[in-house]
Design a protein around this ligand. Structure first.
Ligand code: KIV
Length: 272
């Protein structure tokens, strides 16, 4: 039986994504925005790390992702790449850096690859197919993103499910266009499970779901949501740990120790 995935010590590549998909082995992806978190996610054997533009709404405290710049993403992608040995790092193209033309899309994708990304992700279906093809033709792996696409939140009328009823067909047409343009995988965000299942039957590239049900070939979550870093988490995310509570406990303990005079203790300093 052929071993799935890269040999020990070798990176997980787009070819391995296809290999897992064909073998029916679920794909795992989490976001990260810095080297420290990427190191933990990579060491756990997660297949792909998405340097999502959710960087803006998580780490940068923004209300939406539209304020994230290419420079922001280059800096975060470089940091994540430096913390990663095995996982395939996907850099997210931020709003306003790929929509205008194929040349703009290729230039922005090149900037993320130069920062260390092994693939880029962009939002949109048929309307972005030319950009996807141009980036793929430039030798860069592209992941699509359909359903709720946060960069178009204003146009979509807020954060809501996409692809219900007749709109399921629109999602399928978009997915087929991305596949045809050369995308190696597509994120489906906030799409009914029935729509995902219908599309999964027609596509020969994997769907990576987030709030899209169990028929997706893989799952992605924002690490802060799954690790309990924020008071709020989307209903489709499961909290697998409570890092935020543990961090609060450590910070309170530190503050109390300094105030009480128990830190620094003798083992924490040299007299001379
Ligand atoms: O930016 C991001 O984190 C994403 C995921 C939600 C898929 O695009």
């Amino acid at each position: 039986m052929t071993e799935l995935g890269p040999k020990p010590g070798r990176p997980f590549r787009a070819q391995h994504v296809a290999q897992y998909f064909q073998a029916g082995r679920p794909l795992t992806m989490l976001t990260a925005y810095d080297a420290m978190t990427a190191r933990i996610i990579d060491a756990a054997g997660v297949d792909m790390i998405l340097v999502g533009d959710s960087y803006g709404t998580t780490m940068l405290g923004m209300d939406s992702t539209v304020g994230v710049t290419l420079d922001d993403m280059v800096r975060a992608t470089g940091a994540v790449t430096r913390g990663t040995k095995r996982a395939l790092v996907v850099g997210d193209l931020p709003f306003g850096t790929y929509e205008s033309s194929r040349a703009q899309a290729v230039d922005s994708a090149v900037a993320l690859v130069r920062a260390g990304a092994a693939a880029v992700k962009l939002e949109g279906g048929r309307r972005m197919a030319a950009q996807v093809k141009a980036i793929v033709d430039a030798g860069i792996n592209v992941m699509g993103h359909l359903g709720f696409t946060p960069q178009s939140e204003n146009q979509l009328g807020g954060k809501r499910m996409q692809g219900r009823g007749d709109a399921a067909h629109e999602i399928l047409e978009d997915a087929l266009a991305l596949q045809e343009a050369g995308a190696f995988a597509i994120v489906f965000e906030m799409v009914p499970a029935s729509t995902t299942a219908m599309a999964a039957k027609k596509l020969n590239i994997p769907i990576i779901g987030i709030g899209a049900g169990p028929a997706a070939a893989g799952q992605v979550l924002v690490w802060c949501d799954m690790a309990g870093m924020q008071d709020w988490k989307p209903s489709f995310a499961h909290q697998f740990g409570n890092v935020g509570a543990e961090l609060s406990r450590a910070v309170l303990a530190y503050r109390d120790a300094v105030v009480n005079g128990t830190f620094p203790a003798t083992e924490n300093f040299h007299q001379d």
